[in-house]
Design a protein around this ligand. Structure first.
Ligand code: ZN
Length: 657
């Protein structure tokens, strides 16, 4: 492992807290050291308080911050003397501990200090770094873990047997540090958990971490347990579309709400899922206990969700007995799924959560395989993992639990999504918590949003093959499809029937009408499997009810699409799928309408631009975002019992009324 320390960067740091931020980020950049909120760092600083008295403070990573992106504000300043006094108490419950940490901060706006705060406080070094290094957990999660660690580090490190994070761990560390620590001590190994390094400078503490991990890597290399050969796996081709959507529907049902299911089907994941010993090595437990909060204790093998639920209930009953307080069982849905055909599937309440689980398990696969090559992978006993999964603080969070956005865990697809109404629909759905797939012929579709809950595909909607591929990518990325917004359409310049170009007529019908039918046809099996029922919204036009001369192809195509909507409502109602139309008019903030075009049209009617934009009975301007908000809401609970409805969004059109 290489040190990323850069003297020029470090020289820009103004003070010790800046240096703490800098080296914490270096740790965070290395995913084999810490993943997603894992690990924590601190620095001890003397500061004058408002009374002019000097105080020793521990700046410790706050919960909710990630080391890779942490800032000064991510560190909570806690009075060090008080923490050291707390460490001497015979016992302290988690809620009491959290209370003490929060009431002894010197900044009321600081985040909640890490659960490992007291542990950082008792270590007599200015800088303390803590990671869950893959290599360390690979070595300590083996039957001979302790022996291996001693072979690597001799008595240079303080070795702590596994204790659940929190007050007890801090107390044990304080005792062991007194017993085992000496002048040569550069770090501390927490069995089955991770590694600490410390020093008087940020650089030395960071580089000690890198060196300690490198020695563990070298040890694995010497034992031929570092390089992982990936065998070629022969897998029959499977129909991903339906089978993955069925799996997502089952997992969603177990979770009690829709989930995003991300699938990674490559040589690596397929090889792991097809290992002969997968049912043993994957069922031992997580690599480090704090993964359990996200991943659950063990992955599901194959697709039998019922069986997994039975196993989870048994695990809960068995291990909750020890608790004095009544416990609420978390949802029993699997988060990690290993399937011989799919490879690795990860479930999460959002695309971000599913992505984090994917990353956690990719690292776990390597850890398990290295442990297996070294000796065998032996995780902590289920009771220890259960205690972390169900500890007071997590249960308290669960009881609080705010209301998630409306479409959390759901997946939407919008056509013609690179501009105008389609683009606004993507934004409306994202802001309501959905994962969204945008398709458009314009390549900007791929980069409009750079976020895990958005995928953009360049797609000619009239090409069946491309549409099928887009649906397949959607299902691989998110697990299914719940909402479909048919918006793609073109509006050719006005031509009368007398002058119409038949080629153009066919093109308009192909894009505005036939592609819509094609996508409805292809998406139907997925919509049918949507956990909260499928929903389709057709972006129609005022022209359906009030056509004008010179727009025959456009008006006829939109009217026919509207008729398709009515037929689909009849055909799909029994499947719970609802489909409705919106009829916008005079939406000018789209690609077609440049300021020059609007000005020209306005003057041809003898109107000002504002008058022209507001030529409806309410005298209001209709924006893309107005149409999009209504489209999104029509997919929501307010319209749960409405299908085949047609709603104008036009400020009131005299002819339609
Ligand atoms: Zn830790």
């Amino acid at each position: 492992m290489k040190s990323l320390w850069n003297e020029d960067e470090a020289a820009k740091c103004r003070d010790d807290l800046d240096l703490r931020v800098y080296s914490s980020r270096l740790l965070g950049l290395n995913k084999s050291l810490v993943l997603h909120g894992g690990g924590n760092t601190s620095v001890k600083i003397k500061q004058k308080n408002i009374l002019g008295e000097e105080e020793a403070l521990l700046y410790i990573k706050g919960s909710g911050w990630d080391l890779a992106t942490i800032e000064r504000a991510g560190f909570a300043p806690v009075r060090l003397d008080h923490l050291i006094q707390l460490a001497a108490l015979p016992e302290l419950s988690d809620p009491q501990m959290v209370n003490e940490l929060k009431t002894h901060m010197t900044d009321a706006a600081a985040p909640t200090p890490s659960i490992e705060t007291i542990l950082h406080a008792i270590l007599p070094y200015k800088f303390v770094d803590h990671t869950h290094a893959d290599t360390i957990v690979a070595i300590t999660n083996t039957p001979g873990g302790l022996k291996h660690i001693k072979e690597i580090y001799g008595d240079e490190l303080v070795i702590i047997p596994y204790v659940m994070p929190g007050f007890d761990l801090a107390r044990v560390c304080a005792e062991e540090f007194k017993k085992q620590g000496n002048e040569q001590t550069t770090g501390m190994v927490l069995m089955n958990h991770g590694l600490f390094s410390f020093a008087e400078s940020a650089k030395e503490s960071y580089e000690r971490m890198i060196k300690l991990v490198t020695r563990a890597e070298d040890y694995l290399k010497n034992k031929n347990a570092w390089n992982l050969e990936i065998p070629k796996t022969k897998v029959d081709s499977v129909s991903l579309l339906n089978n993955l959507a069925i799996l997502r529907a089952d997992v969603s049902q177990a979770a009690g709400s829709p989930v995003i299911l991300q699938t990674q089907r490559d040589e690596n994941t397929l090889a792991f899922a097809n290992r002969k010993d997968v049912s043993v090595i994957s069922q031992q437990g997580p690599a480090t206990p704090d993964h359990v909060i996200r991943t659950k204790r063990i992955p599901m093998l194959g697709r039998n969700v019922e069986k997994y639920i039975r196993g989870y209930k048994k695990y809960f009953q068995q291990h909750s007995k020890k608790s004095k307080l009544p416990m609420t069982m978390l949802d029993p849905a699997p988060r990690i799924i290993l399937d011989s055909d799919f490879g690795l599937c990860t479930a999460g309440r959002s695309a971000r959560d599913a992505g984090i689980n994917n990353e956690l398990y990719l690292h776990t696969m390597d850890i398990i395989q290295r442990s297996t090559k070294l000796e065998s992978f032996q995780a902590l006993p289920p009771q220890d993992i259960f205690d972390v999964e169900y500890w007071d603080l997590e249960q308290a969070k669960l009881r609080k639990g705010g209301k998630p956005p409306m479409f959390t865990g759901e997946v939407a697809l919008v056509t013609g999504a690179a501009s105008g109404i389609g683009k606004a629909c993507v934004e409306a759905l994202l802001s309501r918590g959905a994962a969204v797939v945008g398709v458009d012929i314009n390549p900007v579709i791929e980069t409009i949003h750079e976020r895990v809950d958005y995928r953009g595909f360049v797609c000619d909607v009239t090409n069946e093959q491309t549409l099928t591929e887009v649906l397949e990518q959607t299902v691989l990325a998110y697990g299914g499809l719940d909402m479909l917004i048919l918006n793609a359409g073109i509006f050719p310049g006005g031509t009368t029937i007398a002058e119409i170009d038949m080629l153009e007529w066919r093109k308009v019908l192909e894009i505005n009408l036939t592609s819509g039918l094609q996508l409805m046809h292809l998406a139907y099996p997925l919509l049918k499997l949507a956990p909260n029922n499928g929903r389709v919204v057709i972006i129609g036009s005022k022209n359906v009810a009030a056509p004008g001369p010179g727009a025959s192809a456009y008006s006829a195509s939109k009217a026919a699409l509207n008729q398709l909507m009515r037929i689909a409502a009849l055909e799909w109602g029994a499947d719970g799928i609802r489909i409705n139309s919106l009829h916008p008019d005079a939406v000018f903030d789209t690609g077609i309408w440049t300021p020059e075009v609007i000005a020209a049209r306005a003057s041809s009617y003898g109107m000002t631009v504002d008058e022209y934009k507001q030529r409806n009975v309410m005298k209001v301007e209709i924006k893309s975002s107005d149409v999009a908000a209504l489209a999104a809401e029509m997919c929501g609970p307010l319209f749960a019992k409405t299908t085949a409805a047609q709603l104008p969004v036009d400020g009131g059109d005299v002819r339609v009324i």
